[in-house]
Design a protein around this ligand. Structure first.
Ligand code: SAM
Length: 231
């Protein structure tokens, strides 16, 4: 269970209504029963139910059961697509291990808006489900040109584009701070390609000879990066 409290032995953790509903009505837990919690900073902790109430309740921290494990310094930049597929991308990026997720608006991105809170909640659920001790931050939607204008060039970008010749792999690329960039269903515009290709910290990558859907491409590119440069 993800909580926003500091964790330490004896620390009481007040539950929200939704958390209490999940633990006591859905999971049918009662006083004294064990619940593993994490807050994104202090690893995983064993807690016990101290008070159970339909509208709230309290857990009490017992001891740390796993150290904090942060993902590599990898961000995902992706152009939001249809709702369910965007949710899928956030979920899979969290499972595969990214530190930050930035939805980007490109020339051919159809969605003008995203529900940042909803996507953040998906990241929390995905982290809970896969036993991670870290939840990536989902940032607000940002225009690609603005993002690149303010980019810290110490962070490299792995730019996935189906228009590339084969063989532009990851061999020999350095470890460190990275972002994976995935385009929308309509792909990148030529002007965006020209701009990206001219930036020294941008490394193009092909994910094979077939055109993948954006959600498949996000999973494939993150997996490829993790296999070569992750920990
Ligand atoms: N514009 C394309 C078309 O309709 O021909 C399709 C774009 S694709 C559905 C969405 C995004 O997934 C692309 O912008 C790219 O980032 C990524 N992608 C898809 N297939 C890829 C491949 N074979 N290699 C690298 N990236 C790929």
């Amino acid at each position: 269970l993800y909580v926003k409290h500091p964790l330490g032995a004896g620390q009481p953790l007040a539950l929200s209504r939704d958390q209490a509903h999940y633990l006591f009505n859905v999971m049918r837990l009662g006083p004294g029963e064990a619940v593993a919690v994490f807050n994104g900073l202090d690893g995983a902790w064993l807690t016990r139910v101290a008070e159970a109430d339909k509208r709230g309740g309290t857990l009490e921290c017992v001891r740390q059961i796993a150290p904090q494990h942060d993902p590599p310094d990898l961000w995902l930049l992706f152009a939001p697509i249809k709702k369910a597929r965007t949710d899928f991308i956030v979920e899979k990026a969290t499972e595969l291990g990214v530190a930050r997720i930035i939805p980007v608006q490109t020339r051919f991105t159809n969605s003008e808006r995203i529900r940042q809170d909803r996507l953040q909640a998906h990241a929390v659920e995905a982290a809970e489900q896969c036993g991670a001790t870290f939840v990536p931050e989902v940032a607000a939607l940002e225009r690609l040109d603005r993002l690149l204008a303010g980019w810290d060039d110490g962070r490299r970008i792995l730019w996935a584009d189906e228009g590339l010749a084969q063989g532009t792999g990851l061999g020999g690329l350095p470890h460190g701070a990275w972002a994976v960039l995935i385009g929308p269903e309509g792909g990148f515009a030529e002007s965006e390609r020209t701009r990206l290709a001219a930036l020294p910290y941008v490394h193009p990558v092909s994910l094979g000879p077939r055109i993948l859907r954006a959600d498949t491409a996000a999973v494939a590119a993150l997996t490829l990066w993790q296999a070569h440069l992750g920990d």
